[in-house]
Design a protein around this ligand. Structure first.
Ligand SMILES: Cc1cc2nc3c(=O)[nH]c(=O)nc-3n(C[C@H](O)[C@H](O)[C@H](O)COP(=O)(O)OP(=O)(O)OC[C@H]3O[C@@H](n4cnc5c(N)ncnc54)[C@H](O)[C@@H]3O)c2cc1C
Length: 465
């Protein structure tokens, strides 16, 4: 039975249960330990941050939360757009569990606290990698549990499509290993429905893929070509060969900074093959870019170089300031008048100290060759993802920040053409129909999994299953 009397909620008792550090409010290092990666949630003050030194620490902290009624949330990289890895209860910091082992047959066993940079670095030593995002400090667990988009995704699918097994600490303190044969329903739910709701994953086992040499490219146009580039990109990028991953990003800084239209990404092929394919897109645009660069690079260097560019696949380092965004998937191309209105809104009434971005990510390819019910990730028929983003400079969040008007207007203006589906790793607290948006036809099975593995809903947040 849960109770929350002052004795039971004494966090000091937790310090005696776990071997890892328990950092309470007021203790040295508390502010650094409690802050997630996103400044937007920097104001939230947990009762304690538990730095889990072992899988048993995770299970014991879950038991303690159950017994005391304190809210508990797992945290890896701390990049959740909706602040779900922050709480006024207990933050279960998994970052000490970051070991990475690679077997000779290319199976990687990765501690749930590892970051993408650590994963790429360790796999690189073996000539291997994973299809995953570019943000170096994003957590492998958070990314995988919600899907995982990246430049190898059109070739190899989502990060979660490469997951072979996982170790999980359940809400009742049990620790189990799940895969296609053992607790298969739980394993299914962990692949794409989003983190923090079925159990706390302590390690992940992946089938890695060979790290290829690839050609990195970047083409930049000015604002007057934007409508033609968006129109051409949306018809071309989602249907390009799987080897081609071309993101499109429009950036407008401040009230009167120049607007840049940047298509960037990577092609698993030679420079000549890349130039030929990009030539198709430039032909569709009907205007050559103002600048164009290409470079053939080992995959590890290529990932590193994309990490500084930005977007869903490459939005690192996290720019200083407050990031707000809304996003949606699209199954069909936008008509010309919708593109015109999108771009008019993008440049109108710009705000000082704020950067606006429209970030288009191509889907299709291997992402869409997995049946919708094979994993919990239901979004297997989408052509592209569009994020409407603002980055406001300076200042910490007070917790009362509203989503900027431009983000709301821009998102709402395109919503009639969207599929109504939203990437679970880009959670959006504003959504009303979130079960359909994140989970579509997979929601009913997810609800059954939740009832089986966390019937008392110890792990919860707004919009959790
Ligand atoms: C700068 C930046 C770049 C990004 N780039 C990409 C990209 O290229 N591709 C892409 O697909 N996405 C990208 N994302 C989105 C990213 O996938 C999600 O924000 C993801 O949830 C982050 O995971 P995390 O561990 O860093 O965050 P956290 O906030 O720690 O965790 C995210 C969620 O997962 C839960 N969780 C964390 N660890 C565990 C665990 N071990 N067990 C159970 N639940 C857990 C948390 O409670 C929370 O609900 C990016 C986000 C940012 C901010």
């Amino acid at each position: 039975m849960r109770h929350s009397d002052s004795h039971a909620t004494r966090i000091g008792a937790l310090g005696e249960l776990v071997t890892g550090e328990v950092i309470e409010a007021g203790a040295p290092g508390y502010d650094a330990a409690r802050r997630p990666a996103l400044a937007r949630f920097g104001h939230i003050r947990p009762r304690a941050v538990v730095r889990c030194a072992s899988v048993d620490d995770v299970a014991r902290t879950l038991d303690f939360a159950h017994a005391t009624g304190l809210h508990v949330v797992p945290r890896g990289g701390g990049h959740c757009f909706a602040g779900r890895s922050s709480t006024d209860g207990i933050v279960l910091d998994l970052t000490p569990l970051r070991s990475i082992a690679v077997s000779p047959d290319g199976v990687a066993t990765i501690g749930a606290g590892a970051t993408l940079a650590e994963v790429y670095g360790a796999l690189h030593e073996h000539g291997l990698t994973l299809p995953a995002g570019c943000g170096p400090t994003v957590g492998i667990a958070g990314l995988t549990l919600g899907g995982g988009l990246g430049i190898l995704g059109r070739k190899y699918g989502l990060t979660c499509d490469r997951l072979r097994a996982a170790q999980v600490a359940l809400a009742d303190g049990r620790i189990l290993d799940c895969d296609e044969h053992r607790d298969a329903d739980l394993f299914w739910a962990l692949r794409g429905a989003g983190g923090g709701q079925f159990g706390v994953v302590t390690s992940l086992v992946f089938d890695a893929v060979p790290a290829p040499d690839a050609t990195r490219f970047e083409l930049v146009w000015s604002l007057d070509a934007a409508a033609a580039v968006v129109a051409a990109w949306q018809d071309w990028a989602p249907d390009a060969p799987d080897e081609m991953s071309a993101n499109l990003r429009l950036v407008a800084a401040g009230t009167d900074g120049p607007v840049e239209v940047i298509m960037f990404g990577a092609m698993l092929g030679t420079e000549a093959e890349t130039a030929e394919l990009l030539g198709e897109l430039v032909g569709l645009v009907g205007r050559p870019p103002g600048s164009e660069s290409r470079a053939r690079l080992p995959y590890h260097d290529l990932k590193g170089s994309l990490a500084v560019l930005g977007s869903a696949d490459a939005a690192e380092p996290e720019p200083p300031g407050l990031v707000s965004s809304r996003s949606e998937f699209f199954r069909r191309s936008l008509p010309a008048d919708a593109i015109t209105r999108l771009l008019e809104g993008f440049v109108r009434d710009r705000t000082a100290g704020q950067r606006r971005e429209l970030a288009f990510t191509p889907m299709g390819g291997a992402y869409n060759r997995v049946p919708v019910d094979a994993t919990a990730f239901v979004h297997r028929a989408e052509r592209f993802l569009l994020e409407h983003v603002t980055v406001s400079s300076g200042g910490a969040s007070t917790g009362s920040d509203l989503v900027p008007r431009w983000v709301q207007r821009s998102w709402a203006g395109l919503h009639p053409w969207g599929s109504g589906r939203v990437y679970p790793n880009f959670p959006d607290p504003e959504l009303t129909d979130w079960t359909e948006a994140y989970h579509g036809s997979n929601y009913a099975r997810l609800a059954r999994v939740k009832r089986t593995y966390d019937p008392e809903r110890l792990l919860h947040f707004p919009q959790s299953v």
